[in-house]
Design a protein around this ligand. Structure first.
Ligand SMILES: Nc1ncnc2c1ncn2[C@@H]1O[C@H](COP(=O)(O)OP(=O)(O)O)[C@@H](O)[C@H]1O
Ligand SMILES: [Mg+2]
Length: 229
């Protein structure tokens, strides 16, 4: 695809996927996916366990590479992006991992602060920003706790705090309410919605279609690695 075309499209599409395939050994986990996500959209990837949602997220934040096809995020073509530039790409993206991936030897505050430290933010800014995000998410009183001392729901909220603290343009949340009761799930969805209102593009993977009834948004259905209409 020529660069002129990429520029034109990227004005209102923040994510573009063309004929994307992912194979693990002989097994095909994603088949021929093509879709667009516009700036400031709220999109759900819905599908049962094993549908390929987490694999798609891993491709979209370039943790793994496609077997075939193209991914463009904010006009950046992943097949042309050198390893050295991946950290710059990641600053545009906040990720809530399905299994949280909190660092067990760091406190809640330190887990969230790390994102800002690696992007070179000033200490005074980090103090202020992390406190404010923890306050919004209702975990200010747990800032000095370690992940092991938190409930599953609290860990999930820390994971969301970490994903949003750098004010990324795009937030990927993989089953962000997976281990929560319905009240905590609502808090998380409200938080994601508030970042959407502020202008972020939010993409949520879930097997729980009940989640959408409450929040609204566009649905992309996945089954056995394919988009189904
Ligand atoms: N690293 C891997 N190696 C082999 N197979 C994998 C790997 N990652 C995912 N898969 C397979 O790809 C399919 C989709 O998995 P996944 O993306 O985790 O689905 P979901 O998140 O929708 O539950 C599954 O069949 C899974 O076993
Ligand atoms: Mg998954």
């Amino acid at each position: 695809m020529d660069d002129k075309l990429v520029e034109d499209i990227s004005k209102d599409s923040i994510v573009r996927v063309f004929h994307l395939y992912k194979r693990f050994g002989g097994k095909c986990a994603l088949y021929d996916l093509s879709f667009d996500i516009k700036r400031n959209e709220f999109v759900y990837f819905i599908g049962p366990s094993g549908a390929g949602k987490s694999t798609l997220f891993e491709l979209l934040y370039k943790k793994i590479d496609a077997s075939e096809g193209q991914i463009l995020v904010d006009g950046i073509n992943y097949s042309r992006l050198s390893k050295k530039k991946v950290p710059f790409l990641r600053r545009k993206i906040g990720v809530v991992f399905q299994d949280f991936k909190l660092i067990p030897t760091k406190t809640v505050f330190e887990n969230v602060a790390l994102v800002l430290e690696v992007s070179g933010k000033k200490k005074s800014y980090i103090q202020k920003k992390v406190r404010s995000v923890l306050r919004i998410i209702g975990l200010e009183s747990k800032k000095d706790s370690y992940p092991v001392g938190l409930s599953g729901g609290e860990q999930q909220r820390v994971a969301v705090a970490r994903a949003v603290v750098g004010e990324p343009q795009i937030i990927f949340a993989d089953e962000p309410t997976g281990s929560l009761d319905s009240e905590s799930a609502e808090t998380i969805m409200d938080l994601l919605k508030s970042f959407h209102i502020k202008g972020a593009t939010v993409i949520v993977a879930t097997h729980d279609s009940g989640l959408i009834e409450k929040t609204g948004g566009r649905i992309i259905n996945l089954k056995d690695g394919r988009i189904i209409m």
